[in-house]
Ligand binder design. Structure first.
Ligand SMILES: NC(=O)c1ccc[n+]([C@@H]2O[C@H](COP(=O)([O-])OP(=O)(O)OC[C@H]3O[C@@H](n4cnc5c(N)ncnc54)[C@H](OP(=O)(O)O)[C@@H]3O)[C@@H](O)[C@H]2O)c1
Length: 316
């Protein structure tokens, strides 16, 4: 099979498409003919070696977490999926990866049936970014209908799903993005858009019940004044300061700071599938690349200026 392989950490050109052996199926795994994957920032952070303490020093590696494709075979312990099923989900990008390939093995409990309303490419855009948005809002942010929710990076991978999820939960949604992305943020369903190059939302004191800093560019300390008295701030980056706040938030009763660490699971994917069915969730794909364009896809992702998602189209 063909796969994009790295043999050392480095710049995007360390990604080389090669002929390699198919992965071996474990008892809790599903072997998938990969139709599409998508690029997430964790992929270029892994490729560059920035998170080598998680991804390790064993090479070659096949990167890529997000997958949509058709099941070829199931391990003995797999119950909810069968050969021929169309699935989507994500493997742990830094530790296991494997999705930038024609065939991958992924743990079955990280997969769900692909929504029929979506193409394979659309489905591949959702898993990691969508799950991060879902878990940041519901698990860490304690999302409730009627909340005033502010989302930074509102047109990025995580943020554009978060806007739609918060809208679907009947929240009042403020999106923060660059002024050039204002119209997309409105189309996604923001009730209000604040362009960060025109206004500093952090000066709107006491306004938001929940701030999801999806872009992870603002920080708890500077966002705190914009929270209501019991408001929650959620970051997508586990920096030391927010990790301590996260632990402390269990005992705190006022404003709280937390972070999200996306956990792949069938139940959350199925919850998002239901929102796709009802037309409340849809990925925005800005760029599509073939597997041979993987280095260019990484270069683009590293600009941190992508609207929606970058998809890698691999098989049928
Ligand atoms: N903890 C987890 O489990 C987890 C999971 C997924 C992602 N993440 C992290 O979450 C972050 C976002 O991921 P993503 O997939 O949404 O990335 P992305 O698709 O590259 O989006 C990045 C967003 O950041 C905004 N941005 C860039 N520079 C900015 C600045 N200086 N000020 C304000 N906004 C800025 C961009 O919007 P504009 O173009 O409008 O500026 C864009 O919407 C990444 O750091 C990623 O590693 C964490």
């Amino acid at each position: 099979m063909k796969a994009a392989v790295i043999r050392k950490y480095g710049k995007p050109d360390v990604l080389q498409v090669e002929e390699v052996q198919e992965p071996v199926l474990g008892s809790r795994d599903v072997k998938i003919a990969v139709s599409a994957s998508s690029v997430n920032p964790v992929d270029f952070k892994t490729r560059s070696g920035k998170i080598f303490f998680i991804s390790g020093l064993r090479f070659p590696k096949i990167l890529g977490g997000d997958v949509a494709g058709r099941v070829l075979a199931c391990g003995d312990a797999v119950q909810h999926l069968s050969p021929g099923d169309e699935v989507y989900g994500f493997s742990s990008a830094p530790t296991r990866g494997g999705a930038y390939a024609e065939v991958m093995c992924c743990k079955a409990d990280r997969l769900a049936h692909k929504p029929v309303e979506l193409s394979m490419s659309e489905a591949a855009a959702i898993p990691l970014a969508g799950s991060t948005a879902y878990q940041a809002l519901y698990k860490q942010g304690e999302l409730q209908p009627g909340m005033r929710v502010l989302i930074t990076g509102a047109t990025g991978g995580v943020g554009h799903f978060a806007v739609q999820l918060a809208r679907a939960a009947d929240c009042q949604v403020t999106g923060v993005c660059h002024s050039r992305n204002r119209s997309l943020a409105e189309e996604l369903g923001c009730d209000e858009v604040i362009a960060y190059d025109e206004e500093d939302f952090r000066k709107r004191h006491g306004t938001y019940d929940l701030i999801l800093d999806a872009a992870a560019k603002f920080g708890y300390g500077s966002c705190r004044p914009a929270l209501t008295e019991k408001g929650i701030y959620v970051s997508t980056i586990p920096a030391p300061g927010i990790m301590l706040r996260h632990l402390w938030s269990r005992y705190a009763s006022g404003r709280r700071g937390r972070f999200v660490s996306a956990h792949a699971n069938t139940a959350d994917l199925e919850r998002m599938s239901r929102l796709v069915e009802t037309g409340q969730l849809r990925p925005h794909i800005e760029h599509r690349f073939p597997l041979t364009g993987i280095a260019d896809a990484h270069r683009l992702s590293e600009t941190e200026r992508v609207r929606g998602k970058i998809v890698i189209e691999i098989g049928e």
